[in-house]
Design a binder for this molecule. Structure first.
Ligand code: GTP
Ligand code: ZN
Length: 240
């Protein structure tokens, strides 16, 4: 192992300076997940619990009932769980053998929360890179997806964040990320079209150009022998 980079993602309430990736006081690189305005207010759990209680009351619910009584706390803790990223450690190795072909981890299941409706979108990610001087631990490609998915997101931004992060940290010859997801805000409500898949991609470096682009997208989008299906139980997102 030639390099070990630890990226800690603290709960937002503990962060001193919300913003994009920044240097932490302990010398590690901290990735702040609240990529919106740099002056995002801190999290106030008690205030959030009160607000959910008020919301339920305003929706005409009797919040004194045995099941609803503790629901505001449950809801707030559920959101905090869904929106707090796990710490991420990116482990890289010298590419001593000079491997130069595509490294692709396909069918990574993920879930995130849509920023517009606070409803989940779930699907699979396909993450690839063309190595330069370094290889990365394979599981880390899945961890990067999970890390950035734990946020209020739009699919386009999530896709780009994963690609940009790997491009910055690995210095590879190319990076490719494809996400295919179903948005519950389109399935359960609104237009009500169950079973649609939104596909987004972000390509960097050599993977932007053919023939690498076609090779990568062909594997991801099914023109190389498999057909994408909804992310299913057990994380199976594709069918031969
Ligand atoms: N581009 C993009 N749009 C998204 C994403 N998630 C949800 N949306 C869309 O955000 C849009 C919000 O549109 P609005 O008209 O403000 O909301 P709405 O009245 O609830 O719209 P409907 O969903 O059409 O009922 C909808 O078209 C959603 O489908 C995403 O990840 N990316
Ligand atoms: Zn939505």
């Amino acid at each position: 192992m030639d390099d070990l980079t630890t990226l800690t993602a603290e709960p937002p309430s503990l962060r001193s300076a919300p913003g994009r990736p920044r240097d932490a006081a302990d010398g590690s690189d901290a990735v702040d997940r609240r990529h919106g305005l740099s002056d995002d207010p801190p999290i106030d759990r008690a205030k959030a619990i009160t607000a959910v209680g008020d919301l339920l009351a305003a929706l005409g619910r009797d919040v004194r009932g045995p099941h609803l009584r503790d629901t505001p706390r449950r809801v707030v803790d559920a959101y905090l769980e869904l929106l707090t990223p796990r710490a991420l450690t990116l482990t890289t190795f010298d590419n001593d053998e000079g491997y130069r072909e595509l490294v692709l981890v396909r069918d990574i299941p993920f879930h995130s929360l849509c920023e517009h409706h606070l409803l989940p979108f779930t699907g699979v990610a396909h993450v690839a890179y063309l190595p330069g001087a370094s290889l990365v631990g394979l599981s880390k490609l899945a961890r990067v997806v999970q890390h950035f998915a734990r946020d209020l997101q739009v699919q386009e931004r999530l896709t780009q964040q994963v690609a940009d992060f790997l491009d910055e940290r690995l210095d590879p010859r190319g990076v490719g990320v494809v996400l295919a997801a179903e948005h519950e805000c389109m399935s359960l409500r609104g237009v009500g079209v169950r079973g649609t898949r939104t596909v987004t991609s972000a390509l960097h470096g050599v993977l932007q150009q053919d023939p690498r682009r076609s090779e990568f997208l062909g594997i991801c989008l099914g023109t190389a022998g498999s057909v994408p299906v909804r992310a299913g139980e057990g994380g199976r997102g594709w069918q031969s």
